[in-house]
Design a binder for this molecule. Structure first.
Ligand code: NAI
Ligand SMILES: O=C(O)[C@H](O)CS(=O)(=O)O
Length: 490
């Protein structure tokens, strides 16, 4: 096994920090606990990180509670200036941050660099949005009444994030929270905590006031989740992850009637109509399906192709997938890195086995990659049907099942046949069809003639069981604000 000496790969080795960032101080777990972080491409240990308990996390929440009010009293411009300094440091150190991200998560370097810039974009966007938290003055309901409406920060915001975007899923929350005047504590995923801790190093350098930000690694995911939901000093819970865990957290946060944001699971349909530009549709499917080796909540999970172009699209997609390279992104440019762990590999295998048992055909890939470990072949299936597992479950891997449909109405019905409602995509040219289908798809996001929809400037989020609230855009800061109505008797 190749050993990854991560520090030697960094221009600034201080960015690799295994200690917890508690209220602005770097600390070990009070109980001395640690956990290992592995490189999924090689299986070797790249770091040993502080493993916090609930008492350590409570200290971070206490520090946040104490610091938040003075942070909120600073002007929006002042808070924005601290965030912009943080953003500038992320950009300055983007290469190192990308190396750390690839080492712990496995994605190709180009994707990792893209995530760093995407993540930094949320900090910049909300540094600017801080100064646009406007209120209202409403004509009074009586001659002696004046109505003022102001928006104030919720207080202490707690975040729980997933392993697949270890940088951007944190900044997508920290940016609006801190811009609004909240204090922010986050428990990063135990599989990929190093990117989060590197953000802490840069926040320190950016002059983030002590207590305002805590990064609290822990393997006790459920225990820390309970701390976040039960601690009365926490007034906001923001979660990105599976719908299954989102349901648990919604139940737990109900006891305190906590303000929540939920960015949950998906099962994105990708429709190709018979008037589509097939070459563009293939490129869009490649970008949408195989980004992060298919491990994103907005990846195409079901590809529906109208009957008249089904065979041609399948051939073109197969030929394009055959050109994709698979490998260790720390050794060179690859299109696909490894899956995050063996559970992920077994889920892809289970979906393929289920589909072929029900009549699907493998036209490319279909099994573990010859490189071994958690590498998997990019896979294309034809003959997919709604009774197969991936029609209702998120695959979260490099598996592209092609379903056939006859009419526009049937395509829409099949696409909407799910409890999820995060991202959807379709390729077509006819303007009227584009209008009809965009309006008929029951999703929070619709990509039209594109497979990539992620940007800090748009409202990202799902409907149905894909979530609550939006991240990014001018709406994203609302998740961290409370509206106050002031009735003045004059
Ligand atoms: N809507 C969105 O923007 C995104 C959604 N996701 C979804 O996340 C899933 C994949 O990411 P995973 O990390 O495997 O999801 P996951 O839901 O298993 O874990 C997400 C985070 O929650 C923590 N967690 C697990 N059980 C918990 C509990 N009982 N209490 C508190 N925290 C708990 C985990 O340690 C992790 O940090 C997929 O379903 C994907 O669709 C991932 C990224 C973005
Ligand atoms: O799937 C995720 O984890 C991210 O939300 C995907 S995106 O924000 O990069 O589109």
């Amino acid at each position: 096994m190749t050993q990854t000496n991560l520090k030697t790969l960094l221009s600034d080795p201080e960015l690799l920090n295994p200690r917890a960032y508690i209220g602005g101080d770097w600390a070990d777990a009070s109980g001395g606990g640690t956990f290992e972080v592995k490189n999924p491409a090689r299986g070797d240990v790249i770091a040993t990180v502080a493993d916090l308990g609930r008492d350590d996390v409570a200290r971070g929440i206490d520090a946040a509670y104490e610091a938040q009010k003075s942070w909120a009293k600073r002007t929006a411009e002042d808070r924005g200036a601290v965030l912009m300094k943080w953003h500038d440091l992320m950009v300055e150190h983007a290469d190192d941050l990308a190396t750390i991200l690839t080492a712990e998560q496995g994605k190709p370097k180009a994707e990792a660099k893209g995530e760093i810039m995407y993540g930094a974009g949320f900090i910049k966007w909300f540094a600017e949005e801080a100064r646009r938290v406007y209120g209202e003055i409403i004509p009074g309901h009586a001659p002696d009444k004046r109505i003022h409406v102001i928006r104030q920060p919720v207080g202490v915001a707690a975040a729980i994030t997933p392993w697949n975007f270890p940088n951007a899923m944190i900044t997508r929350k920290a940016g609006p929270a801190l811009a609004a005047g909240c204090a922010f504590v986050v428990r990063p995923p135990s599989l990929t905590p190093l990117s989060a801790l590197a953000l802490g190093v840069l926040a320190d350098r950016a002059g983030m006031p002590k207590g305002i930000l805590s990064i609290l690694p822990s393997t006790d995911s459920s225990g820390i989740g309970k701390e976040f939901c039960e601690n009365e000093k926490v007034r906001k819970l923001t979660f990105t992850g599976s719908t299954e865990v989102g349901r648990i957290l919604l139940r737990q946060s109900a006891d305190q009637v906590m303000k929540t944001s939920m960015e949950l699971g998906g099962n994105a349909p990708f429709l190709v109509f018979d008037d589509a530009d097939l070459d563009k549709a293939v490129e869009g499917a490649i970008a949408c399906k195989f980004r992060n080796a298919g491990q994103t909540c907005v990846c195409a999970n079901r590809i529906y192709v109208q009957s008249g172009v089904y065979d041609e699209f399948a051939r073109k997609l197969k030929d394009r997938v055959a050109q994709m390279s698979v490998g260790d992104a720390l050794e060179g440019d690859v299109d696909l890195g490894p899956l995050i762990d063996q559970d992920a590999v077994e889920k892809v295998e289970a979906h393929i086995a289920d589909a072929t048992a029900k009549g699907a055909d493998i036209i490319y890939g279909g099994s573990r990659h010859e490189k071994g470990g958690t590498f998997f072949q990019p896979t294309v299936l034809t003959g997919a049907t709604q009774d197969m597992a991936f029609a209702t479950e998120e695959t979260f891997g490099p598996l592209a099942p092609l379903f056939r449909f006859e009419t526009e109405d049937e395509g829409i019905q099949l696409a909407n046949d799910t409890i999820f409602g995060l991202a959807s995509y379709f390729y077509a040219k006819d303007y009227s069809r584009i209008t009809r289908v965009s309006e008929a798809l029951e999703y929070g996001i619709v990509g039209v003639n594109t497979g990539l929809i992620s940007t800090p400037v748009a409202p990202f989020g799902g409907v149905k069981q894909s979530g609550l609230g939006r991240e990014g855009s001018s709406h994203g800061i609302d998740e961290y604000l409370e509206m106050k109505y002031i009735c003045l008797n004059v």
